[in-house]
Design a protein around this ligand. Structure first.
Ligand code: LLP
Length: 410
């Protein structure tokens, strides 16, 4: 049920490249699997908007029955712009500003995920001032190793995320009878692209002990948010198994009367998207072959930033040709501007379209205008119909914010 290469070729011809294409059938299939796996925990799923915040993608997620986890006022504004109700929205992130908190209170979101004492005090004060109720969960740092890349591990003691368990216990006591703010539960997020179930179980154990201790003090704890982090097989291998996680967590959570929440991003949306790019030049330098394409670290930064390895395939591979080892690189003036290194590709030539796979998460959302390239367009393919869900940026888009400030010639 992956899109046919001919369809992608037609889409690339119509809309140009670099281009993100999302496949609705793949999303529906993954959503159904995740829901059925987590149903045995009666879990709520808040899609992590940071992974892919396209308005049309968010609408699809809403229609599939998911809530949302946001990390900025901008992400909340995206939901509101897509006319998505904000009742099932959690708001995470270490740096929530006053305007962002105000926007979330006005939107009556489900709860804030609180990362520090200062933030909790700020939310309580703003809720009091606005005479609006605030609900919050405390993000605990369970200090477990998620065995993932160091830039995307978050549940370790030396990360900036969450509260150590003692600080969280003190805060709970301090804010237990606040008139405007209710502490409804706890949150954890151990990292991203996690492939093992074990770290979740270790973290769950610590967090359940914390919950038991608060309940023993007489406080009500109703929500346990496990964050996101489910990994995928970028190399074509197995994805993280939500079924195995649910099986292992079920006995631990039985009888706990907890409302369980997960916030997956990547697992749901990464395999839904491809990045299409056109070969500009094939350049020989000594023994090395460089395939220069019109995408790069400005259109997909994961390889440059994390050494992320995405499969890259030509849409119309030359028949019976032997593979060539090459680096697929972009136009940006940085040596880290590569999409794949030492890849075996069938011989390609200028004009060929390549697809970089599993690009639906942390792709478009991490694009930049570096070297003054306009951002790519996005297309949603549903059955055999497709449509633009974000138009390509124009040179005018690129220049508008500065042109307005340019003043006269002198
Ligand atoms: N919840 C919280 C609080 C998070 O910080 C994150 C991701 C998620 C949920 C969703 O995690 P996921 O299910 O997608 O793994 N740009 C990096 C990933 C950064 C993830 C940051 N936090 C990448 O491209 O690999």
């Amino acid at each position: 049920m992956t899109p046919k290469p001919e369809t992608l070729t037609a889409i690339a011809a119509e809309f140009g490249t670099p281009l993100y294409v999302y496949h609705a059938d793949t999303l529906r299939r993954r959503a159904a699997r995740l829901k059925s796996a987590l149903a045995r925990l009666d879990a709520h799923i808040h899609f992590s908007v940071k992974a892919n915040s396209n308005l049309s993608v968010l609408r699809m997620m809403h229609r599939l029955g998911f809530g949302f986890d946001v990390v900025s006022g901008g992400e909340l504004a995206r939901l509101q712009t897509a006319n998505i109700p904000t009742g099932e929205v959690s708001f995470a992130g270490v740096g929530k500003t006053v305007p962002e908190i105000r926007r979330a209170l006005a939107a009556n979101i489900d709860y804030f995920t609180v990362e520090s004492a200062g933030e909790l005090a700020r939310i309580a004060a703003l809720a009091t001032e606005m005479a609006l109720p605030a609900r919050a969960v405390l993000r605990l740092n369970p200090n477990v190793d998620a065995h993932t890349h160091k830039y995307i591990t978050t549940g370790h003691a030396e990360n900036k995320f969450g509260l150590d368990l003692d600080t969280a216990a003190t805060l709970w006591r301090q804010f237990s009878d606040h008139p405007a703010l209710t502490l409804v539960g706890v949150h954890l997020h151990i990292g991203s692209q996690v492939r093992l179930v074990e770290p979740y179980l270790l973290a769950a154990k610590k967090v359940l002990a914390f919950i038991a201790a608060r309940r023993a003090e007489g406080f009500a704890v109703e929500t346990l948010d496990f964050g996101g982090g489910f990994g995928i097989g970028y190399d074509g291998g197995d994805d993280f198994s939500p079924e195995m996680l649910a099986d292992a967590l079920q006995p631990m959570l039985a009888g706990q009367s907890l409302r369980v929440v997960f916030e997956p991003g990547r697992w749901l949306i990464a395999p839904v998207g491809v990045l299409l790019m056109t070969v500009q030049y094939v350049k020989q330098a000594g023994k090395k072959t460089f395939v220069v394409v019109d995408a790069g670290m400005h259109t997909m930064i994961r390889p440059a930033l994390y050494g992320g390895e995405h499969r890259i395939v030509p849409l119309s591979p030359a028949a019976d040709a032997s593979a060539v080892v090459c680096d697929v690189v972009g136009p940006i003036c940085e040596s880290s501007d590569f999409l794949g290194k030492d890849r075996e590709l069938p011989p390609v030539q200028s004009g060929d379209v390549l697809a970089l796979l599993d690009a639906g998460a942390y792709g478009m959302v991490m694009t930049s205008n570096y070297n003054s390239h306009p951002r790519p367009a996005e297309v949603l393919l549903d059955g055999d119909r497709y449509r633009l869900v974000r138009r390509r940026e124009t040179m005018d888009d690129l220049l508008a914010a500065e042109r307005a400030c340019l003043g006269g010639d002198d």
